[in-house]
Design a protein around this ligand. Structure first.
Ligand code: DGT
Ligand code: CA
Ligand code: CA
Length: 573
C-alpha cells in the first residue's frame, strides 16, 4: 500500500470514530497521522522495514501497529468493523467535502439524508436550513463540496481501475459460487480512463454471487440489486456493474459488454448481412432463431465470419475491415520487451538506490535496464550536474562487473527553452542512450514548442523523445505542439519516440502512437520508474501500444542489446 492509501483509511477511521462519538484525541491522532503520511516523502513501507515507524512524528505504538496492518493486509480490521456499524448512506454523504461527520450525522438523523442526490436536493431547496446549526454558509460549502464530488466521480485512470477490478474479482472468487469471471468494458479494451467497471460472471448460484457482491465491504452504495444484475458504487469512487449470464451466452455477453459500442455496431451489421442476429445472448439464425454460437468470444466472431479481434483494437478504427481482409496486426506481447529504457534512482527523484533498480530489473529477466536520472535544470527533481552524472557512470561501470543484465548509462536530459540540451555534447557522448524531455516552460506557443523539440531531435546524441506531450491525465493538458512536425523530425533524424507507461501519462497516447509507428518511427515503451513497483506499469505501456496497432518489430526495446546500441550510436559523429 502506498502512503496516500493508508492516509485515506486513517481519515476514514477518524470520521467514523467521530460519528460514533469517540474520544476527540483519538480522532485527532488519526487525522494528524493521515496528514503526516500524506506529506511523507519516503515510502512508509521502507520506514516500516527499518522498524522506524515510531520515529515518524505523531506515530505512536498503536498507530504504528495500524500502519503495519495496512502494509501486511491492505486493510484495518477495526475500520472494517466500524464500516458495518455505520449506515452506508451516511458513509456515502460523508465523502462530500465541506460536510463534516457531525453535520452528516445530524442530517442523516433529522432528515434521513442518505445519498448525495438527496443532500443536493435538500440543500438547493433550502430545507436543510431548518436543521438547527445549519447556516447559509454551511449550505454553500455543501453545494461546493457536491460539485467537487461530482467532478471526482468522472473517469478513473485505467491503472487504478485494473487494481479495483482485480480486487473485486479476487473477493468474488473467494466468496465462492463463481464459475467464469471476466472484466469487460473499457477496462478490457485498456482505454486510458474508465467510466465504470463491467464484470461478467457465470454461476450455478446467481443469487449467491449477487448477494456477495452487494455486501462487499468496499461497496459504499447499492445502486441496483436484481436477480442476475447488480450495481454498486465502490469506495474508490467508481460504479461497478455485475452481471451473471448463462454459460452458453458467456462469450456473446463478453463480446457485447467489452464494446466499444461502435465496434459492436459494425460486427452486428456484418452478422446481419449473413442472415444472423448477434446480441448479448448469442449468435442466432435470424429466420429460425436457432442458436449458432455464444459460449466463447472466439466462436461468436467465427460465426459471423471474423477472426477473434483483440479487445484493445475494438474501437471501430479499421479493425473490422482489417479482420475481414485477414490483415489484423500481430500486436506486441509482454514477452517481446527486453528491457526498460526510462528509469530513475535516488540520484535524482527516484525512491530507490541504483543497486535496487538493477536487481529488480534483473529479477524480471530483462536483458538491459537504463539508468536515466534527471539533468541539472530539473532542480525540483534533483537533476544531476555533469560531474555527478560522470560519477554515476563510473559507478554503473563498476556495478556492471557483478551483473549479467546490461546496465545502460543514460540521462533524461532536459530540452531547454531554446531547444538546446541541458548537457553539452561531450557529456552526452559518454552515455549509452540519451533521452530528451521537456520539463519547463510548458506554456510556450505552438511554433516555439515545436521548434524547441525539433531542434532537440536534431542533436546527434539524442535518441528518444520521452513523454512527448507532457500531459498528466486529469491534471495537466498536453503542451501545444505540432506532433506532425515532431514526427517528421524524428523520422528524418532516426530518433525513437516513447510511450510512457506511467498511468497518469500514457504519453504518447494511442492514436498518436499509431501515427508515429505508421511513419516508421521506433516506439520505446518505458515505465519512467520512480518507485520499484512502477516497473509493473510496463503492462499498461504495452496495452497502449496494442491500442496503437503496434507490432513487436516497431518496438525499440524489443531489440537485442547489440542492435539497440548500434541503433543508438549510428548518428554520432
Ligand atoms: P466507459 O464505462 O464509459 O469507460 O465505457 P464502456 O465501453 O465500458 O461502456 P459502458 O460501461 O457504457 O458499456 C459497456 C459496453 O457495453 C460498451 O462498450 C458496449 C456495450 N453497450 C452498452 N450499452 C450499449 C448500447 O446501448 N448499445 C450497444 N451496442 N452496446 C452497448
Ligand atoms: Ca464501463
Ligand atoms: Ca457499465
Amino acid at each position: 500500500m502506498k502512503n496516500f492509501e493508508i492516509a485515506k483509511l486513517f481519515y476514514e477511521t477518524a470520521d467514523l470514530l467521530e460519528i460514533k462519538g469517540e474520544n476527540v484525541f483519538r480522532v485527532r491522532a488519526y487525522r494528524r497521522a493521515a496528514e503526516t503520511l500524506e506529506s511523507l516523502t519516503e515510502d512508509v513501507a521502507a520506514v516500516a522495514q527499518r522498524d522506524e515507524l515510531q520515529r515518524i512524528p505523531g506515530i505512536g505504538k498503536d498507530l504504528a501497529a495500524k500502519i503495519e496492518e495496512c502494509l501486511g493486509h491492505g486493510k484495518i480490521a477495526d475500520l472494517e468493523a466500524m464500516r458495518k456499524e455505520v449506515p452506508r448512506g451516511l458513509l456515502s454523504i460523508m465523502e462530500v467535502q465541506g460536510l463534516g461527520p457531525k453535520t452528516a450525522k445530524l442530517l442523516y438523523d433529522k432528515l434521513g439524508v442518505d445519498s448525495v442526490d438527496k443532500l443536493e436536493a435538500l440543500a438547493r431547496s433550502g430545507d436543510i436550513l431548518k436543521v438547527p446549526g445549519i447556516r447559509e454558509k454551511t449550505r454553500d460549502n455543501i453545494l461546493k463540496g457536491i460539485a467537487t464530488w461530482k467532478a471526482g466521480q468522472s473517469r478513473m485512470l485505467v491503472g487504478r481501475a485494473l487494481d479495483v477490478a482485480e480486487s473485486l474479482v479476487q473477493a468474488l472468487k473467494a466468496h465462492g459460487g463463481v464459475a467464469q469471471i471476466e472484466v469487460a468494458g473499457s477496462t478490457r479494451r485498456r482505454r486510458e480512463t474508465v467510466g465504470d467497471l463491467d464484470i461478467l460472471v457465470t454461476s450455478a448460484e446467481p443469487a449467491r454471487v449477487i448477494d456477495a457482491f452487494v455486501s462487499l465491504p468496499s461497496a459504499l452504495d447499492v445502486l441496483a440489486h436484481g436477480e442476475t444484475k447488480a450495481s454498486i458504487r465502490h469506495q474508490d469512487g467508481i460504479q461497478v456493474d455485475l452481471r451473471v449470464v448463462e454459460p452458453e451466452a458467456f462469450g456473446a455477453a463478453l463480446q457485447y459488454f467489452t464494446g466499444s459500442k461502435e465496434h459492436n455496431v459494425r460486427v452486428r451489421e456484418i452478422a446481419s448481412k449473413k442472415g444472423l442476429k448477434l446480441s448479448e445472448y448469442g449468435v442466432f439464425d435470424e429466420k429460425t432463431g436457432t442458436r449458432i454460437a455464444g459460449a466463447t468470444e472466439e466462436e461468436v466472431y467465427e460465426a459471423v465470419g471474423l477472426p477473434w479481434i483483440p479487445p484493445e483494437l475494438r474501437e471501430n478504427s479499421g479493425e473490422v475491415e482489417a479482420a475481414l481482409r485477414g490483415r489484423l496486426p500481430d500486436l506486441v506481447e509482454p514477452d517481446a520487451i527486453r528491457g526498460d529504457l526510462h528509469a530513475h534512482t535516488d540520484w535524482s527523484d527516484g525512491h530507490h538506490p541504483l543497486e535496487k533498480l538493477i536487481a529488480a530489473a534483473e529479477a524480471r529477466g530483462y536483458e538491459y535496464i537504463i539508468v536515466s536520472d534527471h539533468s541539472k535544470s530539473s532542480t525540483v527533481a534533483g537533476g544531476l550536474v555533469a560531474d555527478e552524472l560522470r560519477e554515476q557512470i563510473s559507478k554503473i561501470r563498476e556495478l556492471q562487473k557483478k551483473h549479467t543484465i546490461r546496465i545502460l548509462a543514460g540521462s533524461e536530459c532536459d530540452i531547454l527553452a531554446d531547444g538546446s540540451m541541458d548537457f553539452p555534447d561531450d557529456v552526452l557522448k559518454e552515455l549509452d542512450v540519451v533521452l530528451a524531455a521537456v520539463h519547463s516552460r510548458f506554456k510556450q506557443s505552438r511554433p516555439e514548442m515545436t521548434a524547441r523539440i525539433v531542434k532537440a531531435l536534431e542533436n546527434p546524441y539524442v535518441n528518444i523523445l520521452v513523454h512527448p506531450t507532457g500531459r498528466l491525465l486529469g491534471e495537466r493538458d498536453p503542451y501545444d505542439v505540432d506532433l506532425e512536425q515532431v514526427f517528421a523530425a524524428a523520422k528524418k533524424h532516426g530518433k525513437a519516440i516513447e510511450i510512457n507507461a506511467s498511468p497518469q501519462r500514457l504519453d504518447l497516447k494511442d492514436v498518436h502512437a499509431r501515427r508515429a509507428a505508421e511513419l516508421g518511427i521506433p516506439i520505446a515503451i518505458n515505465t519512467d520508474t520512480h518507485y520499484l513497483e512502477n516497473l509493473d506499469n510496463m503492462a499498461l505501456g504495452i496495452a497502449t501500444a496494442r491500442r496503437a496497432w503496434i507490432t513487436k518489430g516497431q518496438v525499440l526495446n524489443s531489440l537485442p542489446l547489440k542492435k539497440l546500441l548500434a541503433w543508438a550510436h549510428k548518428s554520432r559523429p
